[in-house]
Unconditional design. Structure first.
Length: 404
């Protein structure tokens, strides 16, 4: 990774540790831009994938905006120096306090997902004496062919407004005080490897836009994110094919197309370093126990996700063993790999869990009262600590002790 030996980083920063490549993130941004070409577009990085401030600053430096889903993410984006006029606010459960914060900051768009949310935002904007810029999120009822937990465009999902309700609601919006209609959008899921879902959703959006512009002018079409990456067994489309698929269905040259990539930008730019603690055999089952667990990388336990592993020292590949790679957490669901042919790892061996740049550190927890790992960014030929390892004191510093 950027010609910096991972074993040296493990010695310097300890394990577990998240390591990110700034060069890889910047290359992904540039690749995505090339895919878009000369179309009028705005890249708003879906920062829920990895919200470290220094990672966000890499996107800011390349003129990207942010897709946020909470007041906390708004705070992070602004602290990273991202201009508010490049921030779009998604999510089905925006609180009134979050709406106030975003309105006062002057964000680009609220991606509204229900009539109730619209009416609440209308009232709050009127109370503040301002106007809320709105993009309606459409639920196109398109099957994204992904894990059900990260499918967001089916009629049974909680996201978006049914497309057969959009016209009536769009008309009603023109009479609501305190809001202005700026656009429409969709987002059908995450880790998508098939372009047909994107094509179907974009085609539905094109038909909607052609009719909606007769009612009111539109400036933005938000096409969400969802482009998948290779975790070791996948063959995802490249950014060029993805962008062409969507843009060819949306021939509205005067409108800005908003893209919200997340995983694609950072997923393969990160690894999780871990160290083997023990080998254990229970009757016919072998376990390789390491110091990273589901509290550090929950994707295998939550989504049954596959991650590749790299030994950080040369190992004889003819000595493979079938084993579970597990962590120290007191749960049978605490695993990083199950029934996998692995190198014959021994206590003290170091390994890197691949594709851990997205939905890893941001989903980490303190379960079992375990400190979260540090985050290290490789940039400009050096390794920089961008989040320190938590201490035991950190784990209790928010608790209010009894005065008895």
């Amino acid at each position: 990774m950027q010609a910096m030996p991972l074993d040296e980083l493990a010695r310097e920063f300890g394990t577990p540790a998240y390591i990110y490549s700034g060069d890889a993130i910047e290359a992904a941004i540039d690749s995505f831009r090339r895919g878009i070409g000369n179309r009028k577009a705005l890249i708003c990085y879906a920062m829920k994938a990895n919200s470290n401030l220094e990672v966000l600053r890499l996107f800011r430096a390349r003129d990207c905006g942010m897709d946020i889903v909470s007041g906390g993410e708004l705070y992070r984006a602004l602290r990273a120096g991202v201009p508010a006029h490049r921030i779009v606010f998604s999510g089905v459960g925006k609180t009134e306090a979050e709406m106030v914060e975003a309105l006062q900051a002057g964000i680009l768009l609220f991606c509204c997902e229900s009539e109730a949310e619209l009416r609440t935002l209308s009232r709050i904007a009127c109370d503040l004496g301002t106007t809320a810029p709105i993009s309606l999120r459409v639920n196109p009822d398109v099957d994204a062919n992904t894990h059900p937990y990260i499918s967001t465009g089916l009629k049974d999902n909680k996201f978006g407004i049914p497309h057969n309700r959009i016209f009536d609601l769009f008309r009603e919006m023109q009479l609501m005080p305190g809001i202005i209609t700026k656009g429409v959008g969709f987002h059908i899921g995450s880790q998508l490897l098939d372009l047909e879902g994107f094509r179907s959703a974009a085609r539905i959006m094109r038909n909607l836009v052609e009719e909606l512009v007769a009612l009111a002018p539109l400036e933005y079409i938000d096409v969400g994110g969802g482009l998948g990456i290779n975790y070791g067994r996948e063959n995802p489309p490249d950014a060029g094919d993805y962008a062409h698929t969507i843009l060819s269905e949306l021939p509205f040259e005067d409108m800005t197309i908003v893209f919200e990539p997340g995983r694609y930008m950072v997923g393969n730019a990160g690894v999780l370093l871990t160290r083997v603690l023990y080998n254990k055999v229970n009757q016919s089952k072998r376990f390789i126990i390491c110091d990273a667990g589901m509290n550090d990388l929950i994707r295998p336990a939550l989504y049954q996700a596959y991650h590749d592993f790299w030994p950080l020292a040369e190992m004889r590949l003819e000595r493979l063993v079938r084993a579970d790679l597990v962590g120290p957490v007191c749960e049978s669901g605490d695993f990083l790999a199950r029934d996998r042919e692995l190198c014959d790892f021994q206590p003290g061996d170091l390994l890197a869990v691949a594709s851990a740049g997205a939905y890893s550190s941001v989903m980490a927890s303190n379960y079992n009262t375990r400190p979260r790992p540090p985050e290290v960014l490789l940039s400009e030929g050096r390794a920089r600590l961008v989040r320190r390892r938590e201490t035991y004191a950190d784990l209790i510093h928010l608790e209010v002790p009894s005065r008895d």
